[in-house]
Write a protein that binds this ligand. Structure first.
Ligand code: SAH
Ligand code: AVI
Length: 330
């Protein structure tokens, strides 16, 4: 563990180690040597990827961000009243924009004590920490730079106060069903009886609306998708030509998830220097870069059941686009 910043109001720790740095190498080695090539979406989020995601959130087509914010705007006080939370732990915190809505409600209720953002991206954790301690009197921020699939045990202990552990934005949908339940089980392990999970899930709806959200007119999502190739080029000395890949997004009706892929426009041979690996792409061959599952209430409840969690409250926006679930240990 490396302490990156320590002051009266901020502590930032990085738990990313050499083995996490190798995780990109391992994922690329495993994923690009499969008959159907894929790379997990975690690797989108270098500084540029995080910035592109923030731009996606502002796009007219990308409804999940606005819908989730609308729910939080309307229900944050009820969520805080139901939990009496003093600590907000946010997994995959990103820009922490939605955390603010909850922190405001905690401040209004007089319970606000500490914010704990956990993200693989160092930049977003540092920026959020520095901004938020300026904005909230007496707030402590304990930032954890880490992987929530590996470092949940690094979330600091809560002391005497109840916690909200939030996983917002629909990030849970970026994991395939088995991994998703394993992650919920891991989260369940860090919840005490008085803590609650606050989970954001995008809902099943008209496929045209979903596909537009992942293939916007301005091409920001396409750039975000191709960013993973820039990350592999820089981190692993590869020679992908990102411009030689088309952005593909389609809704898989059977699995009820949207898939993002990169499709090679022409045959190409890519050298991943650090791995000594040459990868061939045929013309039209696709690399899967993300799934984003869409949910129903029944699917969320089934996932909770499998993870030892129980749904307490279910909130949706007025158009039923997105849901927030408050859940506790069973
Ligand atoms: N919660 C924010 C950001 C969502 S984007 C919102 O609702 O707008 C997803 C965030 O999760 C990114 O900041 C990314 O860096 C982070 N992330 C993705 N996989 C992660 C992992 N395995 N561990 C920790 N953070 C992760
Ligand atoms: C972070 N995650 C929930 C986003 C999603 O909608 O699945 C990432 C994203 N991919 C394309 N656009 C946004």
């Amino acid at each position: 563990m490396k302490t990156l910043l320590e002051s009266a109001s901020i502590r930032i720790e990085s738990w990313l180690s050499e083995s996490d740095e190798r995780s990109l190498a391992n994922d690329v080695l495993d994923g690009l040597t499969k008959p159907f090539k894929e790379v997990p979406p975690k690797h989108f989020y270098d500084a540029r990827g995080s910035e592109l995601f923030e731009r996606i959130c502002e796009l007219p087509e990308y409804y999940p961000n606005r819908a989730e914010r609308a729910i939080l705007d309307g229900e944050a006080d009820a969520i805080v009243a139901a939990t009496r939370a003093g600590d907000l732990v946010e997994l995959g915190s990103g820009s922490a924009d939605k955390a603010r809505i909850l922190l405001d409600a905690m401040a209004r209720a007089g319970t606000l004590r500490r914010y704990v953002p956990l993200d693989v991206s160092e930049r977003v954790v540092e920026e959020a920490a520095c901004r938020l301690v300026e904005e909230y009197d007496g707030l402590r921020v304990h930032g954890v730079i880490g992987d929530f699939q590996r470092h949940l045990d690094r979330v600091p202990r809560a002391g005497g106060v109840p916690r909200i552990v939030a996983l917002l934005g629909g990030t849970i949908g970026n994991f395939p069903p088995g991994t998703r339940r394993a992650l919920l089980r891991d989260i369940r392990m860090v919840l005490r009886p008085e803590d609650r999970l606050l989970l954001g899930t995008d809902l099943v709806k008209d496929p045209a609306v979903i596909e537009a959200a992942y293939d916007d007119e301005q091409g920001v999502t396409a750039e975000f998708n191709r960013n993973v190739l820039h990350v592999i080029n820089r981190e692993l000395g590869a020679d992908f030509s990102p411009g030689a890949f088309d952005h593909i997004a389609f809704f898989d009706r059977r699995n009820e998830w949207v898939e993002m892929r990169l499709r090679a426009r022409r045959p190409c041979s890519v050298m991943i220097g650090d791995l000594g690996l040459r990868v061939e792409f045929a013309a039209g061959e696709e690399l899967r870069t993300e799934i984003s599952a869409k949910f129903t209430r029944a699917r969320v409840e089934a996932d909770f059941e499998a993870a030892g969690l129980a749904l307490d409250r279910w909130f949706t926006d007025s158009d039923d686009l997105f849901a927030l679930s408050l859940a506790g240990c069973r």
